[in-house]
Design a protein around this ligand. Structure first.
Ligand SMILES: Nc1ncnc2c1ncn2[C@@H]1O[C@H](COP(=O)(O)OP(=O)(O)OP(=O)(O)O)[C@@H](O)[C@H]1O
Ligand SMILES: [Mg+2]
Length: 411
């Protein structure tokens, strides 16, 4: 297997609840990464976005890495990895420092960010991202880059994201035990948003919802920067389980029925057709009514979108969604979900498809790859990702130490 120059090769691992996906890419230019290899294997060691069985997760990561390496004909040693789960917390924090006679220096910017993030964290939580939203000088207009500006007082508004030390540690450890050095841990919805939102939407104000198997990840942008994130532990697997319980069929059959016949909106049901002869449980053939399937999926869709809407209302963010909502992730492929989201949230909704540079139409714009492709783009943006760590410390400890001082630079 040949080994390409580490400089232009970027690798992302999306450790999802239903699939583990490894993408190997070659960065062509800023914001453009060509896919060289994809490895996708079922994930069995996660529950609601969190690793609960390390051995199974390590096995799946190894398999996915192997598959991607074979396709890319490249051996990889390191990757960026996505993190999710209901242990993720976020909040907007504020900091201020005095400005010296020479105007705002790099040091002032670092100090004001340090001042903003110096807030007590909940026991067991660790800073994942410190995302500057905007700066201001003496309470005046927002500025994105205050370097060199004059005034008395520099203020910073920061979106801070934290996660459970143990959950992140387990995830990183799984990758490392699978032989991959973790360069960065990135919140999954930041990655999905990178892959499916455009600059205009981010500037005007938009909400991105990644409906996966175990979690629904929300990210809200205003004036080009992130202002809110939330992980809701309800997603596609709940739809499947509801069908399995409601129709008394196996989870496997429920998953297939959902994908092939599922409707989230009863208005799309023209007449109550019957699905017959498709289900084999032992020797028993079953007949199932479309009306029953739709009723179950519609109830769950309404519940999930109501949770999203409540989150938006609770944080007074309805007015922010000028460009509406963009839904992605495998769950977004349920027919009629877009309309349910529009009805409940009262804003225009579109399905977010990553525009992946790949010649396979299956992969090209499939929402299940939004997180992985976004991770790849972020790894590329950070450029020199192979050079992110050039110190001597090794492994998980080094990463966790680094996370303490993380100031993400991808916005
Ligand atoms: N055509 C489809 N119709 C409805 N649901 C679908 C369809 N295709 C995939 N799904 C659902 O999408 C979910 C998987 O999506 P995705 O691959 O984005 O999740 P994941 O990344 O593994 O999980 P998570 O992000 O929650 O950890 C599953 O619940 C699956 O049933
Ligand atoms: Mg996912």
């Amino acid at each position: 297997m040949k080994k390409l120059f580490a400089d232009n090769i970027v690798t992302a691992i999306d450790v999802g609840t239903t699939k583990i996906c490894v993408l190997i890419g070659q960065q062509l230019s800023e914001g453009s990464v060509e896919i060289l290899g994809i490895g996708k294997v079922p994930s069995e060691g996660l529950r609601k976005g969190v690793v609960v069985d390390m051995a199974k997760t390590i096995r799946s990561i190894k398999d996915a890495v192997e598959e991607a390496q074979l396709m890319a004909n490249v051996r990889i040693e390191s990757a960026v990895v996505g993190v999710s789960g209901s242990h993720i917390q976020s909040r907007n924090v504020y900091g201020a420092v005095p400005i010296g006679k020479k105007g705002v220096t790099q040091e002032d910017i670092a100090n004001v960010i340090a001042n903003a993030k110096a807030v007590p964290l909940q026991e067991g939580q660790q800073v994942l991202h410190v995302l500057p939203r905007y700066f201001s000088i003496d309470g005046q207009e927002r500025v994105q880059d205050p370097l060199g500006m004059f005034g008395v007082r520099l203020e910073a508004q920061i979106h801070m994201i934290t996660g459970s030390v143990t959950s992140v540690h387990n995830l990183v450890s799984c990758c490392e035990q699978a032989g991959i050095l973790v360069q960065d841990v990135i919140l999954e919805q930041l990655a999905s948003a990178k892959a499916v939102l455009n600059d205009d939407e981010r500037d005007l104000g938009v909400g991105m919802i990644d409906i996966g198997g175990g979690t629904t990840d929300l990210a809200i942008y205003q004036r080009g920067t992130i202002c809110h994130t939330k992980v809701i532990p309800v997603a596609g697997n709940h739809f499947t389980n509801d069908l399995a319980i409601g129709l008394r069929i196996t989870t496997k059959d429920a998953e297939r029925i959902k994908r092939d016949y599922g409707l989230a909106n009863s208005r799309l049901l023209e007449n109550d057709s019957i699905i017959e002869g498709e289900l084999i449980q032992g020797e028993i053939m079953r007949t199932i009514h479309m009306k029953d399937i739709t009723e179950i999926l519609e109830a769950r869709s309404q519940e999930l979108l109501s949770l999203v809407h409540e989150e938006i209302l609770t944080h007074h963010l309805s007015h922010v969604l000028v460009s509406g909502l963009v839904i992605t992730g495998g769950g977004s492929m349920l027919e009629g979900l877009k309309e349910v989201a529009e009805d409940i949230c009262g804003v225009p909704v579109r399905i977010g498809r990553p525009r992946i540079l790949h010649n396979d139409p299956e992969i090209l714009s499939n929402p299940i790859y939004a997180t992985g492709y976004g991770l790849l783009l972020l790894a590329g943006d950070k450029g020199r990702s192979s050079g992110l760590f050039n110190d001597d410390q090794k492994g998980v400890t080094r990463l966790l130490m680094r996370m303490k001082s993380w100031v993400s630079d991808f916005f």
